[in-house]
Write a new protein. Structure first.
Lengths: 596, 305
């Protein structure tokens, strides 16, 4: 990004911002494809001469139109964090236009589809791309402002009035989040034959959501909301939980999306557990999925499934507890080499443990894992006389199959989050962070590093074991194949992508990594390839993740805890020092006299 | 007795393969302290490169003459492996040279996954195991009770020969001296006029070339290859490098032979049979890392993990 700064003279920033905004507006009005694609009309009538699509919030042309208008307004209105807002809008517009154009060109058989063919013109996509780039350049020419810091006293209100105003603001914000989540799930439909354009529509929408969130972040609004919610913690937790429970009542409440959401929940809970080990204690674990597996196999054997060897039928809560405990014990065993081994050697030890688990499960050790034939026929969880795989009726709304698992997992994820947050702010959590930063120094400060590290592994493994117990009931089969090395890497990627050491990071990362394949069924073959490349690119360009931990960010990006570049601060300090010297040079005796 | 000797012979052939990969691991780790997870994939790509030369470049008449086909395939494998390794170093690892140590390790995982998938998707038919031609003399050689294929014997000879050559190169040549200097102290080496970037690229090139040779010879010995051979053998090789003492060339080769023997003898004599032979290797890896992290031949102070 820094390379774009100063590409344009500052005087041209404003005109260029306007041109970019106007180009985006024009792009939205132009047709985007010269002919009907084979799989049917591209959503939002890409071939129409003029914008007549309904005001559907997920329509990509509507999104581009919004961004264009917002860019023009932001240029002239006194917008806080102007350059950041324009930059986010520019990248968003560029992403939407580029994704849509590439797809239409690819499906339509070449550049003709997005330029001119047989007297039909469709330059919408190209104009959009140019508009986005122009906006980014314009933003680069402006001085980059600090993110504004809004007071958490809404409208300056104090006392009860202030608190209620804050609650209203939070309610609106969380409702918006719920709406965004629901849109993200349903936009474009499920990937596959029924919705041939699910992939690009979804990706373009992600571009829109990213641009929007970026702009809000640049204006300081996301930061403001997060500070507000921190100040009203209990309230935010209740509202967020309610929002999560409200999701099945929205459009996303179909059987399919409830199942996807429940799966995401399992992985999110596991990812949070991994976050303790990797994010807090800084111990790289490459065999973490084994704990999910251990929890799953224990629960499978205690579920009363006919194919299991133990075959006990224990009430689910007890079985889940046992799974968690046994996984935790294994966590302590796997963690014990940390007493002697550090750094990447430790990563290899955990990888070896993970592979040992995989191989032994594959070979049906002690006839506990079913080997290649797995343990099929695990009954669904039954509590209070209800099997969890049945549809239920709540508040007069028929909720689909799987919604009970979704509710259960929401509760579990919430509990895991609470555990994580409390651990992070506890004595042991601070010890973990100290170990992550410098193990020797932590030891010198009196932290029992060995004990702390084993505890980290145990906590992480326990959470994974619990998640595994739900996972296996939901899936109905326990197969060694669900716990291979790549799953460990995927979980690790979820933690890293989201941001190490933060809760929203792990959840966001897990969601992205498990929603994307659902949406991009067409490109399923490329899933792992993209995934591998993504790991490389994240490490190269954003190693601190999407939602960075403050300390982590400082470590990875060379920034201070306030998010400012260390280089800039150093430069500033040097400049100030020089100024000071000059001043002293001019009036060498003045300060001394004043001192007397 | 016959079985034992036969298993030892098989173990030595596997050890020779692993040794060719382990040398690359140990050299790269010695110089930039990076566990180059993707090195196993370089081996795999080398095997597919050799296969590509055989399939699409050699005319029928040349395919049957091993003294023409084999060198050309080796050349193809080495070139592909080296090109991939150089690209990998330049674009994935070099930008992260001063990043926290977790970062390059995760990048290496990413490179490994991406390379496996790239081969599976774009190499014709590589979504299933591919038959690899037995280019070298197709004969079983009998030594007493032991039977060993000519390709296996070639693998042993080449592996040992190349290790000795490499050892000589690193200890005698100018570049080898620069390598040792860089591995001891990169900054001081730079002050002494060594260009660390060049040394590091050279290390990757040497490692990749050995892996490429290994890939082609392994393919012609085992007679079929798929995109997962890199990961498996890469892990074995890493174990071997650690066992021998990471950073030590001699250690890597000896470690490789020990690992090869453990896999074959463990599969034969330990409970669980061949299904558990992988498990024994991982057990050895853990035990070595925990109780003797400097390995059999490593210098204690070199280990900074």
């Amino acid at each position: 990004m820094s390379r774009l700064t100063g590409f344009l003279p500052t005087a041209l920033a404003r005109p260029f911002a306007v041109i970019g905004g106007v180009l985006l507006l024009i792009a939205a009005m132009l047709p985007w494809a010269t002919f009907l694609l084979n799989d049917g009309a591209y959503p939002d009538k890409a071939t129409l001469q003029f914008f007549d699509a309904p005001l559907e919030l997920t329509g990509y042309r509507w999104n581009v139109l919004l961004f264009g208008a917002a860019a023009i307004i932001a240029t002239f209105a006194p917008t806080p964090g102007k350059a950041r807002v324009l930059r986010a809008l520019g990248w968003g517009g560029l992403a939407i236009s580029a994704i849509t154009s590439i797809f239409i060109a690819g499906k339509g058989g070449g550049l003709g589809a997005i330029t001119a063919v047989d007297g039909n013109y469709a330059f919408g996509g190209i104009v959009g791309v140019i508009g986005g780039i122009v906006l980014i350049l314009a933003a680069g020419a402006m001085p980059l402002p600090d993110i504004p810091h809004w007071s958490t006293k809404v409208f300056g209100l104090e006392g009860w009035a202030g608190r209620i105003a804050a609650w209203v603001a939070l309610l609106i914000a969380f409702a918006a989040v719920l709406y965004l989540v629901q849109l993200t799930l349903t936009v474009g439909g499920i990937g596959g034959a029924a919705f041939p354009y699910a992939g690009p529509v979804f990706l373009a929408f992600l571009g829109f959501a990213g641009g929007l969130l970026g702009a809000l972040h640049g204006m300081g609004i996301t930061g403001w909301v997060s500070r507000l919610s921190e100040e009203n913690r209990a309230f935010s937790i209740v509202v967020l939980l309610l929002c999560a429970f409200a999701l099945p009542f929205t459009e996303a409440g179909s059987q399919y999306w409830m199942q996807v959401a429940a799966t995401i929940g399992v992985y999110a809970a596991t990812a949070i557990g991994l976050n303790i080990v990797v994010g807090l204690a800084g111990l790289l674990d490459l065999g973490y999925v084994a704990f999910l597996g251990i929890g799953a196999f224990v629960a499978a054997n205690l579920s009363g499934a006919a194919a299991s060897t133990v075959g006990w039928n224990i009430p689910f809560p007890l079985a889940a507890l046992l799974s968690a405990v046994i996984a935790g014990i294994f966590g302590a065993i796997v963690g014990s080499p940390t007493l002697r081994v550090r750094g990447d050697y430790l990563a290899i030890v955990t990888l070896a443990f993970g592979e040992i688990f995989y191989r032994t499960a594959q070979n049906d050790i002690g006839t506990l894992t079913g080997g290649a034939s797995a343990i099929p026929g695990i009954p669904p969880i039954t509590m209070f006389g209800t099997a969890f795989n049945e549809p239920i009726t709540l508040f007069g709304t028929e909720l689909p199959t799987g919604v009970l698992y979704y509710f259960l997992i929401v509760l579990v994820v919430a509990a895991v989050m609470a555990v994580f947050a409390n651990l992070k702010n506890s004595r042991i959590g601070r010890a973990w962070i100290a170990i992550r930063e410098d193990e020797d120094a932590a030891r010198a400060m009196g932290i029992a590093t060995g004990k702390a590290k084993i505890l980290a592994f145990m906590c992480g493994a326990t959470l994974a074991g619990l998640a595994g117990a739900i996972f296996v009931h939901k899936l109905g089969t326990a197969s060694y194949d669900s716990f291979k090395f790549l799953e460990s890497v995927t979980l690790l990627a979820a933690v890293i992508l989201g941001g190490m050491g933060t809760i929203p990071g792990a959840v966001l990362g897990a969601s992205l990594l498990f929603v994307l394949p659902e949406k991009l069924r067409e490109f399923e073959d490329y899933r792992l390839l993209v995934f591998g490349l993504a790991l490389i690119f994240i490490m190269r360009f954003r190693p601190q993740g999407l939602v960075p931990d403050r300390v982590r960010r400082a470590e990875f990006a060379g920034e201070t805890a306030e998010g400012k570049s260390i280089e800039e601060i150093q430069e500033k300090a040097v400049l100030e020092q020089e100024l000071e010297l000059e001043r002293e040079h001019e009036a060498p005796s003045a300060p001394k006299e004043a001192g007397r | 007795m016959g079985t034992l000797l036969q298993q030892i012979a098989n173990g030595i052939v596997l050890g020779a393969t692993i040794g060719l990969i382990a040398l690359g691991y140990t050299m790269v780790y010695g110089i930039i302290q990076l566990i180059n997870f993707a090195h196993g994939e370089v081996f795999m790509v080398g095997a597919f490169g050799g296969l590509a030369v055989y399939r699409w470049m050699l005319p029928q008449s040349w395919q049957e003459q091993w003294y023409i086909a084999l060198p050309l395939m080796l050349l193809g494998g080495v070139v592909v492996a080296v090109v991939i390794a150089v690209i990998m170093e330049r674009f994935a690892y070099r930008p992260l040279r001063n990043a926290p140590r977790l970062a390059p390790l995760i990048t290496a995982l990413g490179v490994s996954v991406a390379l496996q998938e790239a081969i599976r998707i774009w190499y014709p038919d590589a979504d299933a195991a591919q038959p690899f031609p037995r280019v070298f003399v197709d004969e079983q050689i009998k030594i007493g009770p032991v039977e060993i294929s000519a390709s296996g014997l070639l693998l042993i000879v080449v592996s040992i020969g190349l290790s000795i050559l490499l050892q000589a190169y690193v200890s005698r040549s100018r570049m080898g001296r620069a390598m040792r200097a860089t591995s001891q102290d990169r900054d001081t080496a730079r002050l002494m006029g060594v260009n660390p970037d060049r040394v590091i690229v050279m290390t990757f090139i040497l490692g990749a070339a050995l892996a490429g040779v290994g890939g082609v010879l392994y393919g012609s010995w085992i007679t079929n290859v798929d995109n997962s051979i890199g990961f498996q053998n890469g892990i074995f090789a890493f174990t071997a490098a650690v066992l021998g003492g990471i950073g030590s060339l001699r250690g890597a080769v000896i470690g490789a032979f020990i690992i090869g023997l453990i896999k074959n003898l463990g599969g034969q004599y330990l409970p669980g049979g061949t299904q558990y032979d992988y498990v024994w290797i991982f057990v050895v890896l853990i035990l070595v890392l925990v109780f003797r992290p400097q390995g059999l031949f490593g210098e204690a102070e070199r280990v900074r993990a």
